[in-house]
Design a protein around this ligand. Sequence first.
Ligand code: SAH
Length: 209
Amino acid sequence: MTSARTRDRLVQRLKDQGIRSRDVLEQVRKVPRHLFVDEALSSRAYEDTALPIGHGQTISQPYIVARMTEALLADFTGESVLEIGTGCGYQTAILAPLVKRIYSVERIRELLQKTRQRLRDLDIYNVQFRPGDGWEGWPKYGPYDGIIVAAAAAVVPEKLLEQLAPGGRLVVPVGPPGRQDLTVVTRKDDHFEQVSLGAVSFVPLVAGR
Ligand code: SAH
């Protein structure tokens, strides 16, 4: 169930759906998604679907992780990425070898604790974690060349815009349940440019810790 052929099938599916980045596809092939879900679900880990990870949260669908990573890294020349909503760390693991440094914020401490260990076991060391409220970002290490948000915000979070470096890009699902739009905001010299990549379905970006 976790064989090379099963993973290749997932990669082919993502290609068929329009994912073009070789780096991203290679990462989807490499990252052992079955280690990010409960053992009882590991036989479904290479299906292109979201799965429960406890605490009412989910591991994102591989297609969406690939789409968001591709959008974040298109023309990317920077070094640092802020991730909001670490969860089980699957998105983090896909992204980690493709950028220099990741700063990742998660509000559920228990999830974060397990994820820290999981990524260490996978020899991923360029990530710093923090329990906290993603609406606040993580000012200490900003501004960031890229920001990626794994939960749906009611509006584009103002603090995240403030922590975006010039030329930097914020990828965030925006909108109420059932009407979320995957949004990409790019910081230009004196304004922000916003485009929509289409409808998505995420757990909400909860307000406060
Ligand atoms: N990145 C994960 C997806 C996690 S689901 C993956 O690769 O599969 C979204 C995560 O966002 C959940 O773990 C949830 O606890 C977290 N979250 C929701 N609201 C948040 C907030 N305000 N601040 C930080 N994390 C938040």
